[in-house]
Structures are given as structure tokens and as C-alpha cells.
Unconditional design. Structure first.
Length: 344
């Protein structure tokens, strides 16, 4: 068996030329450093629907945090910890021995476990198996024969560019120099363009569908945005957020501020400032910062600030609503905190 590491878990197309961010899948690169070779795997999926992304993110959350009902990966990780089990390694196995490439459809992960029950292996999907390995720091192994047949020789530190041709055309995004990305400031903070650049994130409840609408909705109203519950007893919470790249903010302290108005029926709401790092590495991949508010109020200005680490990839900011009610946001701004910089 060849021991490999997860060298990349790159969302694609990722950064678009107009400043937006889109995910149609993930290009995973498994590197055999000893053999100076690597093998790619293309994970097809909807935005945010990656086992690897979800589990590595959720595994770093505090043990006492409430488990989201639609995150089986988090439940899996917590059940293992509760049972006193640890992941000893993840072996990748091909269902089709003569396959010409690694893919989730023809590949399974055999997860080694060690606990009070002894040692055993359980079979999981490839994405979940890789996620468990990344979250626990366990080794990933691929049969030597598979690596000999499917891996490509690599030299230097760039283990992504040689495999970009494995990404389907529809997920490749705009052409440009390798590693290039647009830089831009937050946009449409006055909502003159409606909800352009903003997205409704209902990650704590099932995604809406034509047969089952979501529990929350968002709309623009003049120079403000409105986040509302549309169900009598909405599940989980929702956020209206904008996502930008962190390049121009690394090493600084940023402040997200805005005026919020809430309706009388509103119970809990607030501001949200989120930092996403390289989420395939071991450790906490996301930082959540928030200001929680409750009760009815007219326009009141609130703000939240946090330091942006040097390895930050994305910054997400906006408003949140949990439970029934309606809130509005106006005069939103994201800026660097010059006072914090001067103090340094």
C-alpha cells in the first residue's frame, strides 16, 4: 500500500471573473510524496454538498454544540468520539479493478477503527472516508498497483495545475494564469441591485425544493434587505450573507456593521462574520463570529469585528435569523479597523 496525503481539495470553478464564487465539484489530489507522484479524483456535487467539506468543518466544532439534523457526517464523527473510538487509517479500494481513473462511483473507503470493541474496518463512501482521515490525522493508503497504473509523476510543489484538465468543462470557470484570482471590495451594500451578491444560507435545515419550500425567505426593499421566516415554526436558522475573498484583508482586523430593525414577533437575530480557511487541513477550518440580539426594535446600529488570519480564504458577512419573525438590514459596511492596525 502507498501512503498518500490530501494535497488539494479545490472547489471548482471556484473564483469567477465577476467576483462571484461557485462550486460544482471538488478536485481532490492525493500525493505520494515518497514516489513523487499524485492521482486526482473529481467529486461532482452541488454547492456546499461535499462530504469532505462538511465533515472537516464540523469535526472542529465544540462537543457541546447542537448537532444539525441534516449533517450525518457530524453525527458520525461525534458517535465515534462518544464510543471512545479512533480512526487508525483509511484504505481506498476500487470496486472495478481495471478502472482507468479514481472516482467516488467506483471507489470505497475502508475506515480502520480502534476502540473498546477492538479493531475493525467499516466501509464508507470515498468522500466521507477522506474526511474522517483529514479530521483525525489518520493515514490514507492506496494499493500500490492502483498508484502504479493511475498516478502521474510530479515534480516541484505545484500539485494542482497538472490535473486541472480532469475537471469537466462546465466546472472549469474562466481562463487565466494558474492561481490567478480577482480582488474586489464588498458590493451592493446599499441593495440598489436587489440581492445581487447576497445569498440566503439555510444551512441548518433542509434545502428548499419546489415541493418543500424553505422555512425562510429574503428580499430587497429599497435600500434595505429583509430576512423573514415563512413557516409558523421554522426549523433551524438562516442567514443572508455575502462572500468575498480574504486576500486584501489578511493580517488586518475587519469590522462588519449595519443598522437592523426587527418586527415584534422576532425572537433571536443578529450579525454574522465568518472566516473560512483551507478546510481540508486538520483542525478548525471555519471561524464564526456573531452578535446575538433579541426583542423588537427600530433601526439600531450594531457591529462586529475580528482579526483575519494569514491563511484565510473567504470572508462571509451578513445577518441571521433563528425562529419566527422578520429583520431588515440597511447601511451595511465592511471595513478594516484602522485603530487596531495603529495599536499593532
Amino acid at each position: 500500500m502507498s501512503t498518500v496525503r490530501i494535497a488539494h481539495a479545490e472547489p471548482r470553478p471556484g473564483r469567477l471573473g465577476n467576483g462571484a464564487f461557485q462550486t460544482r465539484g471538488y478536485l481532490i489530489v492525493l500525493a505520494d510524496d515518497a514516489g513523487q507522484r499524485a492521482v486526482p479524483i473529481w467529486f461532482r456535487g452541488d454547492p456546499g454538498a461535499s462530504d469532505l467539506a462538511q465533515l472537516v468543518e464540523l469535526a472542529g466544532r465544540p462537543a457541546g454544540e447542537v448537532i444539525a439534523v441534516d449533517a450525518p457526517q457530524e453525527l458520525t464523527a461525534r458517535l465515534l468520539r462518544a464510543a471512545g473510538a479512533r480512526v487508525t487509517g483509511v484504505d481506498i479500494d476500487l470496486i472495478t479493478p481495471d478502472a482507468s481513473e479514481l472516482s467516488p462511483q467506483i471507489t470505497v473507503a475502508r475506515v480502520g477503527l480502534d476502540g473498546s470493541f477492538g479493531t475493525r474496518q467499516v466501509t464508507a463512501g470515498l468522500g466521507l472516508g477522506l474526511a474522517l482521515a483529514a479530521a483525525s490525522g489518520a493515514q490514507v493508503r492506496v494499493p500500490d498497483a492502483v498508484m502504479d497504473r493511475l498516478a502521474a509523476p510530479v515534480t516541484g510543489e505545484d500539485l494542482l495545475t497538472p490535473f486541472l484538465d480532469r475537471v469537466p468543462p462546465g466546472a472549469r470557470g474562466p481562463s487565466g494564469p494558474p492561481g490567478s484570482r480577482p480582488r474586489f471590495e464588498p458590493r451592493n451594500l446599499d441593495f440598489a441591485g436587489g440581492l445581487d451578491r447576497w445569498e440566503l444560507d439555510g444551512s441548518l435545515h433542509a434545502e428548499p425544493s419546489p415541493s418543500q419550500p424553505g422555512d425562510y425567505s429574503a428580499t430587497a426593499d429599497g435600500q434595505s434587505a429583509v430576512l423573514s421566516s415563512v413557516a409558523g415554526r421554522p426549523a433551524g436558522s438562516a442567514a443572508l450573507v455575502q462572500t468575498i475573498y480574504a486576500d486584501d484583508y489578511r493580517g488586518t482586523t475587519v469590522v462588519f456593521a449595519g443598522e437592523i430593525r426587527s418586527e415584534p414577533t422576532t425572537s433571536e437575530f443578529g450579525l454574522r462574520l465568518e472566516i473560512l480557511r483551507h478546510w481540508w487541513t486538520v483542525g478548525r477550518a471555519r471561524e464564526d463570529h456573531g452578535v446575538t440580539i433579541s426583542g423588537h426594535s427600530q433601526w439600531v446600529r450594531h457591529e462586529i469585528s475580528t482579526a483575519i488570519p494569514e491563511d484565510a480564504e473567504l470572508i462571509r458577512f451578513g445577518i441571521t435569523l433563528a425562529g419566527p419573525g422578520q429583520i431588515s438590514l440597511r447601511h451595511a459596511e465592511l471595513r478594516t479597523d484602522d485603530r487596531a492596525h495603529d495599536e499593532c
